[in-house]
Ligand binder design. Sequence first.
Ligand code: GRF
Length: 211
Amino acid sequence: MNIAVFASGNGSNFNSILNFFKAHTEVNVSLFVTNKINCGAVEIARKNNVEIFHYSKFAFPGIDIHEYPLRLISFLKEKKISLIALAGYMKIIEPIIVENFRDKILNVHPALLPAFGGKGMYGENVQVAVLESGVKVSGITVHFVNENYDEGEIIFQKSFDVDSYDNVETLSQKVKQFEHEYYPYVIEQVALGNIVNNNGKVFLKNKKHFN
Ligand code: GRF
C-alpha cells in the first residue's frame, strides 16, 4: 500500500519514517506533500527520490482557493494513497480532505494530549507550556486527524519524565527521540489494519504489538 507524508519543517520524522519503511514489503512511502517548498523535508524527499507535491497557492496560480483541496484529493487518489502521516505539517487539513480520508490521517504531537494541544501549540511553544505548567511527565501522542485541531482520537502515547534540569532544548530532544522511535511503528500498525477506529473508540486488534 502507498502512504504519503506531509511536512513543512526539518523533516526529521519524515526521515525516520523513510528509514523504517525502506525495505518494507507491504508499505511504500510514495508521496511527499508540503506547503513549504524550501523546507528541509523537501531535501530529504529529493534525496530519497520520493515524489513531491507542492500544496500551496504558489503552485496553483489563477486557481480558485476552494479548488486547492480538490486538486490535492484527486492527486492522492490518482496515486492510490491509502494513509497520510503528518510530520510537522504546518497547514490546516481542510475538512473536505478529512472527509475523504476519514481515519486515514495520522499526526504526531509533541506532548500528551489533550493537554498542551490546540491553537498555537506547536514547536517550542509546546515545550515552554509544559515547563511552565510544572508537570512531571510529558511525552508524545499519535492521533487520528479530524476536523478539530489536535482533537482526533488518540492512538498511542508514550511518556517520559520531566526532570528538574530539563529546558526547552532537552525536552525537544526527548520528544524527537520518542517520535523517531515510535511514530513509524504506529503508522505501520494502522497501515496493516491492526489499529481500528470504531465510532470514536480506537482499539488495538492485538495489544502485544504495543508492549
Ligand atoms: C515534531 O516534533 C512533531 O511533534 C510536530 O512537528 C515536529 C516536526 O519535527 N508535529 P521534524 O520536522 O520532523 O523534525
